[in-house]
Design a protein around this ligand. Structure first.
Ligand code: F6P
Length: 512
């Protein structure tokens, strides 16, 4: 890290320390324009960052750091198909799938989508016979994005019954094929590499269990030769670019099952919403740039104040899989210990990302968020239009609860206030909430394919921005290799080099 960059970090740390000296709950009286300044809007999303540490000093120092680490140049590289993944010598061209990228990448993405649409139409038109169920087999990025979209959007496509198999534990597989009519089941095997153990084994097992002929198996991959070797007919293989990372691949043929579930128009809208966010990310000045500003908040909490996790709560059942998706997106991208040049990072990288749905989570983890001892920045998501037609007070209650949690985290309850409720000092002490706990809120007018696309792209670019500020390569995932290699060795009986504990556990679980 050069001296100028070091200096900018020192200034940002000082600004964060300065902001942290003032109680968060007083910020609105100290900065009357704060709400307006830190409520950002684009592509249908409103992001309220006003209950976070981002005051004027922190934002100014964050912008200076961005300048020093060439944030603008790295963003331009990302969005123009230049190499941003130096360890693998690759670009990261997921935005080209949405029409934002180099001419060649956008053209290649369009051609791949034309092939995807043709396959979609063949399925919808009955070329594969009547399709009652699709079994999507894939793991990690080949699973989490499609699963989120399938769960979030109404099933109005040609195949409403889409099941997903990811885990190598065949319980997942047995559930997905239970009751399936083999003559009406189509398997879509999704694997960028087509070498992933779980996916290959699950695909073989589904094929065997249902006796699926080759013509009822579709593969989506960046390695078509491997899919062909696996026995998939060339006409049933959808390719996509090697430069689209697994956790960024939903927008390619990887989303075929999602398109079959939600419909082609919905899939197109998803891409358009994401493309709109790409353009916002590319063009909006950084102080108004949703992904950048949210990432700056993430940096302040995770990398400077040492928050080890960040929690995301969707106050909408349709987004219940969002925390799982974000967990892979953010931690696999930015859970790194070295920078792009291989130098050890001077400060913490990705926090643990976790979360759930409101209001369920209020009855599980919010005790800790309000009174626990860890600093956990919380992110809420709320949607103005309900996803149901029940006319009672469900939605009003849901929203009231969402807002109440952020307000309570901020305001807290003093000992004096608690004593007004109870004269018992010991009980009053247990009823104190420190308050001053940060939260941000993302608001959507409605959840449809377009806003969902924009929302996912917002998180992708926020993840990139976090990595760019730390000068991380967000597009490799070397940390998953070692465990895979050791598992391969253990599964083939090579346990001699294992530590004693691991060897004993293996014996306990498998011998006899
Ligand atoms: O977990 C490692 C990883 O490579 C992810 O990045 C990826 O999404 C997942 O495995 C599945 O990989 P593939 O799509 O190649 O089967």
């Amino acid at each position: 890290m050069d001296d100028q960059v070091k200096m900018r970090w020192t200034e940002l740390e000082a600004a964060v320390a300065d902001a942290a000296r003032h109680p968060l709950k007083e910020v609105f009286s100290r900065e009357p324009d704060r709400l307006a300044r830190l409520t950002l809007e684009a592509c249908g999303l409103t992001v309220d960052l006003s209950k976070t540490i981002l005051d004027e000093g922190v934002v100014a120092a964050g912008l200076a750091l961005a300048d020093e680490v060439d944030f603008g140049a790295w963003r331009a590289k990302l969005l123009s198909g230049a190499v941003v993944n130096p360890t693998e010598g690759r670009a990261a061209t997921h935005s080209a799938e949405r029409g934002v990228g180099s001419e060649a990448d956008v053209k290649a993405a369009r051609e791949a989508r034309t092939a995807m649409k043709a396959l979609y139409e063949r399925i919808a038109a009955g070329d594969f016979g009547a399709v009652g169920r699709v079994v999507h087999v894939g793991i990690g990025g080949s699973f989490l994005g499609p699963a989120l979209v399938i769960d979030a959007l109404p099933a109005s496509g040609p195949v409403p019954d889409v099941r997903i198999v990811s885990n190598i534990d065949a319980v997942s597989l047995e559930r997905a094929i239970e009751g399936a009519d083999p003559a009406k089941t189509l398997m879509i095997v999704v694997s960028k590499s087509f070498t992933t153990l779980e996916t290959r084994m699950n695909a073989e097992s589904v094929r065997d269990a249902l006796g699926l002929p080759a013509e009822r198996v579709i593969a989506v991959t960046a390695n078509p030769d491997k899919a062909h070797e696996f026995g998939v007919a060339p006409g049933n293989i959808l390719g996509f670019a090697e430069t689209v990372g697994g956790r960024y691949s939903l927008w390619t043929g990887v989303g075929l099952a999602a398109a079959l579930s939600a419909g082609w128009d919905a899939f197109t809208d998803l891409l358009e919403g994401a493309g709109e966010m790409d353009r916002h990310f590319a063009e909006a000045e950084l102080a108004q740039n949703l992904p950048f500003m949210a990432a700056l908040g993430d940096i302040a909490y995770a990398s400077i104040l040492g928050a080890e996790s960040r929690a995301v709560f969707a106050y909408d059942e349709r987004l219940r899989l969002l925390p799982d998706f974000l967990q892979q997106l953010e931690t696999e991208s930015n859970g790194k210990q070295v920078d792009r040049n291989g130098h050890r990072l001077a400060r913490p990288s990705s926090p643990v990302v976790w979360g759930g749905v409101g209001t369920d989570a209020q009855h599980a983890v919010f005790q800790m968020l309000h009174q626990g001892t860890h600093l956990v920045p919380v992110e809420f998501l709320a949607i103005r239009e309900p996803g149901h037609s029940m006319d009672r007070d469900h939605h009003r209650q849901l929203i009231a609860n969402c807002i109440a949690q952020g307000a309570a985290l901020l305001a807290g309850r003093s000992f004096e206030e608690a004593q007004r409720e109870t004269p018992d000092e010991q009980i009053a002490r247990a009823k104190v909430f420190d308050g001053n706990r940060p939260s941000s809120t993302v608001v959507l007018p409605r959840l449809d394919a377009r806003t969902l696309g924009a929302l996912i792209a917002y998180y992708e670019h926020r993840t990139f921005s976090f990595g760019a500020l730390l000068e991380i390569n967000s597009f490799d995932q070397m940390g998953v290799e070692l465990g895979k290699n050791i598992a391969r060795a253990i599964a083939s009986g090579e346990t001699a080099s294992l530590d004693l504990s691991s060897k004993a556990l293996m014996d306990r679980l498998t011998s006899g």
